[in-house]
Ligand binder design. Structure first.
Ligand SMILES: [Zn+2]
Length: 172
């Protein structure tokens, strides 16, 4: 049997950073089907940069970026200074995903027509919310304190002349 150990913070979340406005660098996507397989969770790899604090920089911030939820997609793309790509009357994420239609975990994200989200730095407002277990109860540490995690509340659009009404609360 392989010794597959998953760091606790990957499951439970590490220490949350103080709520506020942060720069997040988009390194990649780790797509996979939603449970119902009717949409794809793009799982962007977003990491805090530019605080100068080694405990905070490179900390990963999760964002539920699902192809079934348009506002979240557009908000992230506009925060990178890009527009959604068009496919006829429909939309696509700028850049491209190469791989088999039936297995998003094999998709590799890269540039299309010289445009990519990879490496872009986005400004976002983070909030602290309780980390919940599978039954929806807040996780507590050994001292009985509720464990907190970060969620992205708002992405700040930097597309000049943008007329899209962006979400003011992407999380509850
Ligand atoms: Zn915008």
């Amino acid at each position: 049997m392989a010794n597959l150990v998953i760091p606790r913070e990957n499951i439970e979340g590490g220490d949350a950073v103080t709520a506020g406005i942060y720069q997040l660098r988009l390194d990649d996507f780790k797509p996979k089907f939603s449970k119902a397989k009717d949409s794809v969770n793009l799982n962007p790899v977003l990491k805090i940069v530019g605080t100068g604090n080694p405990d905070i920089d490179e900390k990963r911030i999760f964002f539920n970026m699902n192809t079934g939820f348009g506002p979240g997609l557009t908000d992230l793309v506009h925060a990178a200074g890009l527009e959604m790509a068009r496919v006829g009357e429909d939309y696509a994420i700028p850049g491209k995903f190469d791989g088999p239609d039936d297995d998003p975990t094999k998709w590799v994200y890269g540039a299309k027509d010289g445009v990519t989200l990879k490496g872009k730095v986005l400004q976002a407002e983070l909030v602290e919310t309780p980390s919940l277990d599978d039954s929806g109860k807040p996780r507590v540490d050994s001292k009985g304190n509720v464990k907190m995690r970060n969620e992205i509340k708002v992405f700040f659009c930097v597309v000049s002349g943008c007329e899209v009404v962006h979400s003011k609360a992407l999380c509850k």
